[in-house]
Structures are given as structure tokens and as C-alpha cells.
Design a protein around this ligand. Structure first.
Ligand SMILES: *Cc1c(COP(=O)(O)O)cnc(C)c1O
Length: 375
């Protein structure tokens, strides 16, 4: 069997271990310390806007804290992009709130502004104004920031920007991760940079960051004994893990360049196959191309190709199954136009890691060309 080719695997720079060693040498083996502060500063400078970053245990915990900071509680409704990974929606349920799913647009595969406004009007007519809108830059492609933010502002609903897959992407020259009233990042093992597991919340004010850190460290009141006036969480990032993050920040831009180059290689290799199409970058959009996704002409072509790649020990995966199709969310209200259902049927994610070698890329393109030559 040829060696496995993964969809997206960790890619270290070589600088990580010196930060981790420093943590051991100085005994900062705790959910605070110089690496946590250093990583937060690195992220703040990278994002290059007037934002504040708090490093957390995961992107999921960051989303949970966003909803808490926005006052989402039992019985509230929260709008969420249906085409996403389940972690975008689960924190709504943690708060005892109700997700309302909104379909995608064809141009970005992200939240459709028309369906969003339809959903808001309908929820208001039913008696409840949604408490927040969770919009996602899926696979690294920015959502239509201008239209989504305009609609959100019109109805005075805050936006939570799920930027877990889009660190390094930008929209009209502003970085993803800075567009929400609150935003989140993820450093899970498969993301564009990884700390093994981790995440961050990005806030517009220092007070919001301090509140997030307070809640993430068990919500301790200022007293010599342990005293609590709020329910707390254990969501802070460890100083060991943050060391990995500092090392990863040194190569973030080159990871983005390599992932974009993978995408270009695939586009060129399949230009002659009209059963394969790609998501183009609309004008003003810059995707980190975290995952290269292709659309096939039908579900059976997609499934045939997936199995052909599996035989070659190459991992591929259907595009994320929309939340409105998930058994766990079957009763949630939804505002659909058919786009995310169609993408799920015909779409496939290809190996996209920044550590893919030319030989590996060649194995993937050859396997796909062979499949289409024979069908
Ligand atoms: C990975 C991911 C998350 C969750 O991040 P974790 O760090 O794994 O908790 C949230 N939203 C999206 C879109 C993701 O891809």
C-alpha cells in the first residue's frame, strides 16, 4: 500500500519546540504564562486591526463564550449558517437556545443574504428577534461581509464571525477574524496553523477580552478565598500549547501561499475535465484555500471518485453536511434555497495540506485523471 495522503495534517515549522522548551525551563506549565501573552500579541499584530485576542482551549469554547458575552440564554433564537461544521452550531444548544438555520449563496458557498433577511423577518413576525447571527468563512472563502453586516445592522443583531477555517483570508483588504462584533479562530490539528488543539476569541474592546478571560478561568471574584458570583468555565489555553502557536505564527503566510498553490495545481490539472468545477474568488475576496473543494456533475460521480481515491490510500471527504440535514438538529427552523443540499451532494474536499509534496500532489491528480479517463 502506498503511504496515506491526508486531507489536512499538522505542519510544524521547527520553531515550536524552542517555545515549548522555554515553558518547561521556566516552569510555566499552566493555563497562563509568557507564551499565552506572546501568542495573543502575535495574533493581534497579524490581524492588523484594533482588536483584542484571548487564547482559549478551542474554537468551540470561543464560540460558546461569544454567545455568553452577547447574553444568549434559554429559549433565545440564534441564526446560524447551515453549511458549516457542527461546532458552529453546538454552542447555541449549550446555552439552551434554539438554532435557526440559513442556507448558502452560490458565489461564496456561505450565508445567503437573501435567506438571512427572509429568516430575520419571519422570526420577528413570529414574535422573536434573533439574539445573534453566526456567519462562517467556510473552507477559507470569506462570506459576503458587506451584505451580511448591513442586514445585521439594519435589524440591530450582533454578528459572531466563525473564522475557524479562514485565518490568513481577507475581504477587501481586511483580515478575516476582524469582521464580527465578536470573532473566533481555531488551532485544531487540521486547521491552517495548529497548536494540537486550541482557539481564540477576538473582541473589539479590552473590556470584552477581560470578561472572556474571566469566564474562561472559572469566574473568580477578587477575594483571597475562592468566591464566585457567576458560572465559570475552564476554557483558557495552556502555556505549553501557546508555545506551539508562537512557532506556527512564523510560517502562517507561507502555509497560506502553499495551500493557494495546491489549489492552482488542481485547477490546472483538471482544466480539461468539464465534470469538475471550482469555487472562484469573487472580486475583492482572498481565500487562504484551507481546503480545495471541487464540484462534480452528480452525486454518483462524486461517490465514485471518493472511492477511487480511497483505493489509492488518498483521503477525500464530501463537503460538510448542512446542519439542517443533521439528525440532532432535525426540529430546528430553516430557511433554504437548495444550495447547501446541492453542494453536499456533488462536492468533494481534496488533500490540501501545506506539507503536501509534489510527488503526493502528482499521485492525487493522476488518480483523478485516471478515474475520469475510464468513466
Ligand atoms: C474547526 C471548526 C470549529 C471548531 O474549532 P475547534 O477548535 O475544533 O473547537 C468551528 N467552526 C468551524 C467552521 C470549524 O471548522
Amino acid at each position: 500500500m502506498k503511504p496515506k495522503i491526508w486531507l489536512s495534517s499538522p505542519h510544524m515549522s521547527g520553531n515550536e519546540q524552542s517555545y515549548v522548551k522555554e515553558a518547561f525551563d521556566s516552569n510555566w506549565v499552566a493555563p497562563l504564562g509568557p507564551n499565552v501573552n506572546g501568542f495573543e500579541n502575535d495574533l493581534q499584530s497579524y490581524l492588523n486591526e484594533d482588536v483584542h485576542v484571548a487564547a482559549l482551549a478551542s474554537g468551540t469554547s470561543a464560540l460558546h463564550l461569544c454567545l455568553i458575552l452577547l447574553g444568549v440564554s434559554y429559549g433565545d433564537e440564534v441564526i446560524c449558517q447551515s453549511k458549516t461544521f457542527s461546532a458552529s452550531a453546538n454552542p447555541i444548544a449549550y446555552q439552551g437556545a434554539l438554532p435557526v438555520f440559513v442556507d448558502s449563496e452560490i458565489d461564496t458557498w456561505n450565508m445567503c443574504p437573501i435567506q438571512l433577511e427572509r429568516a430575520i423577518k419571519d422570526r420577528i413576525s413570529k414574535g422573536k428577534t434573533p439574539k445573534a447571527i453566526i456567519a462562517v468563512h467556510l473552507y477559507g472563502m470569506p462570506y459576503n461581509v458587506e451584505e451580511i453586516n448591513t442586514i445585521a445592522a439594519k435589524y440591530n443583531i450582533p454578528v459572531v464571525e466563525d473564522s475557524a477555517e479562514s485565518l490568513g483570508s481577507h475581504y477587501k483588504n481586511q483580515n478575516c477574524g476582524t469582521f464580527g462584533d465578536l470573532s473566533i479562530l481555531s488551532f485544531n490539528g487540521n486547521k491552517i496553523i495548529t497548536t494540537s488543539g486550541g482557539g481564540a476569541i477576538v473582541t473589539k474592546t479590552k473590556e470584552q477580552k477581560e470578561k472572556a478571560v474571566f469566564l474562561a478561568t472559572q469566574a473568580r471574584d477578587n477575594a483571597p478565598h475562592y468566591q464566585h458570583s457567576h458560572i465559570g468555565y475552564n476554557y483558557r489555553m495552556s502555556n505549553i500549547v501557546a508555545g506551539i502557536g508562537r512557532g506556527q505564527m512564523t510560517i502562517l503566510d507561507s502555509h497560506v501561499a502553499k495551500r493557494r498553490s495546491n489549489h492552482a495545481v488542481y485547477e490546472k490539472a483538471f482544466a480539461h475535465i468539464d465534470k469538475i468545477t471550482f469555487l472562484k474568488e469573487p472580486k475583492g475576496y482572498f481565500s487562504n484555500r484551507w481546503l480545495t473543494c471541487i464540484l462534480l456533475d452528480s452525486q454518483s460521480t462524486r461517490e465514485g471518485l471518493r472511492l477511487a481515491l480511497e483505493k489509492e490510500n488518498i483521503e477525500s471527504r464530501p463537503l460538510w453536511k448542512p446542519m439542517h440535514q443533521q439528525p440532532v438538529f432535525k426540529d430546528a427552523p430553516k430557511y433554504l434555497n437548495g444550495v447547501s443540499d446541492d453542494l453536499f451532494e456533488r462536492g468533494l474536499c481534496l488533500p490540501s495540506g501545506s506539507n503536501l509534496t509534489d510527488v503526493e500532489l502528482d499521485r492525487v491528480t493522476s488518480a483523478i485523471n485516471t478515474y475520469f479517463a475510464s468513466c
